[in-house]
Design a binder for this molecule. Structure first.
Ligand code: PLP
Ligand SMILES: N[C@@H](CCOP(=O)(O)O)C(=O)O
Length: 505
């Protein structure tokens, strides 16, 4: 049987220096890779059956009800809502994709891992046919995002949870330090295309943000030379997050409200101006984010984990993961879905409240109500009126899902405890880890269940809260895993005393 060939030529390698491939070389390699894919496809699919892959916006209600209404939009249209005001979804021609068979897709995706060929070295664009198949490679704005490591949490699993098969998907190990890069490469690439196709149609790209979306938006726009605008809730995001869009040259509006207030404003502004909406209400973002789920399957050699735990705020990501897993199942790459857990901070928990009230996911929609989110260390998920609530409900209902919550102390303790086993978690990952601790305690998750916790941001973005925890300066919190630095004079005796005290020498 023929195997897919991976291009091996890397520019600079022959000269003995390390340089990334030039754009030109990357294009040559990409063309070679494309040619391979086309040749392979021809071998496998009778010509008369061959389809062109394509994708379009359809009303999300069509996805929910498996109906096909006549309403659809080109991805080149500037549109965020369906005629009845509902959400949209990017719909792929699944029939065309299914012509190629699961082995073809598995081999193709696997062959692209680690390549420098433009744009397939990106974990997102390595799945281009499933993301934005109609986009020209020249329009792609990518930092070779994705392909994040899956950390085997061996010590934390064993010591804290009695688990053998616990993994943390490190989506925060990324260009701007969060999973948002996965979605933003797709959205900004599509904007890049639209601006070329229809000059003057998009002046700038804007978002409301709790810090990570704005960082990703401003970086990708800066790389493409596209102006960006970010609406931030004043004094509610970390310093590291605030400085990112400032450094990348975005127009930064620090607004005296919370995230939900910023979201209301950006919706109005993008409805009335040629400013394009970059929040996950825009379903283009979710096409990129869903590739993290496909990557998890790939990293397990296409074995499906039992559980995937995802921190939830605006609730786009839980649906994105669901969609990634679902596409793999529908196209036969795997034979089942993992169970999904959405983990919320107790101080911003509208979905958890509905789940608790409805005692499960089946009646969750009827019990749902937006809330006023309170301050939480998990500041990026301090959201009370999530835009993607309908998407999240569908994902949880179809994936036999669960919603769990974590108090401030629980999330900070869980993050700190896991840090002691080699991680460096953001508070949102702490929410997911705390949810796991509770689900293990109640024996809902078993000791040998293969479980993936999705780490959504890099801990370094949240150094301030870690410093507060480790210096035990958080009011009403014991900070049981704090490890404060020991102040010592420049004196050998004092240094020896500190070491002896620690190691009982
Ligand atoms: C670090 C981090 N974790 C989790 C989330 C939650 O993702 P979503 O809003 O898609 O639910 C966000 C953003 O909302 C985030 O920035
Ligand atoms: N945590 C997000 C909140 C906005 O979510 P989005 O996915 O809708 O952009 C952020 O970092 O801003």
């Amino acid at each position: 049987m023929r195997t897919l060939q991976q291009p091996t030529l890397r520019s600079g390698a022959r000269r003995g220096v390390f340089t990334p491939c030039s754009r030109n070389m990357q294009r040559i390699l990409a063309t070679a890779a494309h040619a391979d894919i086309r040749r392979e496809a021809m071998l496998r699919v009778p010509l008369e059956k061959a389809h062109t892959f394509n994708a379009k916006f359809v009303p999300f209600t069509d996805i929910q009800t498996s109906n096909t209404s006549s309403e659809f939009y080109s991805l080149d249209d500037v549109v965020y809502r369906s005629r009845d005001g509902g959400l949209l979804d990017v719909h792929h021609d699944m029939k065309a994709l299914s012509q190629y068979g699961p082995e073809y897709w598995r081999a193709l995706f696997d062959a692209r891992v680690g390549t420098t060929a433009w744009p397939f070295g990106s974990g997102v664009w390595s799945k281009k046919e499933w993301v934005l198949p109609g986009l020209s490679d020249d329009d792609i704005v990518s930092m070779f995002e994705g392909n994040s490591n899956l950390f085997w949490a061996e010590r934390f699993g064993k010591e804290a949870l009695g688990m053998t098969d616990l993994w943390v998907k490190q989506c925060g190990n990324s260009h701007t330090g969060s999973f948002k890069d996965l979605g933003m490469t797709v959205l900004v690439s599509q904007v890049n295309r639209i601006r070329k196709l229809k000059p003057g149609s998009i002046t700038a790209v804007g978002c409301a943000s709790t810090g990570d979306t704005s960082a990703a938006l401003s970086a990708y726009c800066a790389a493409a030379g596209i102006p960006s605008i970010v609406f931030l809730p004043a004094d509610k995001i970390s310093l590291a997050q605030l400085v990112q869009p400032i450094a990348n040259g975005a127009l930064v509006l620090s607004i005296d409200t919370d995230f939900d207030g910023c979201m209301r404003l950006i919706k109005q502004v993008t409805a009335e101006t040629p400013i394009y909406l970059a929040n996950s209400m825009n379903s283009l973002r979710l096409e990129g984010q869903k590739t993290a789920a496909i990557e998890i399957l790939q990293q397990f050699d296409w074995q499906v984990p039992d559980w995937v735990i995802i921190p939830g705020g605006n609730l786009g990501n839980i649906y994105a993961f669901y969609k990634g897993f679902k596409m793999c199942k529908e196209l036969g790459l795997v034979d089942k879905m993992p169970r999904l857990v959405c983990a919320q901070a107790q101080n911003a928990n509208p979905l958890y409240q509905a789940f608790h009230k409805a005692q499960g996911v089946s009646q969750i929609k009827e019990s749902y109500q937006a809330v006023k989110a309170k301050t939480t260390f998990a500041s990026a998920i301090q959201i009370g009126d999530p835009v993607s609530i309908d998407r999240a409900i569908m994902a949880l209902q179809d994936a036999n899902g669960i919603v769990e919550e974590a108090s401030e102390e629980e999330l900070m303790d869980a993050a700190a405890r896991a840090d002691r086993t080699g991680m460096f978690n953001c508070p949102h990952t702490g929410v997911a880890l705390a949810a796991l601790l509770k689900l293990r305690e109640r024996q809902i998750i078993g000791p040998n269940d293969r479980t993936v916790v999705v780490s959504t941001a890099h801990g370094l973005k949240f150094a301030q809260s870690k410093v507060a925890y480790h210096s035990k300066s958080v009011p009403n919190m014991t900070c049981q895993f704090a490890n404060p630095p020991v102040q010592v004079k420049e004196d050998l005796g004092a240094v020896m005393d500190a070491i002896k005290a620690k190691f009982s020498l």
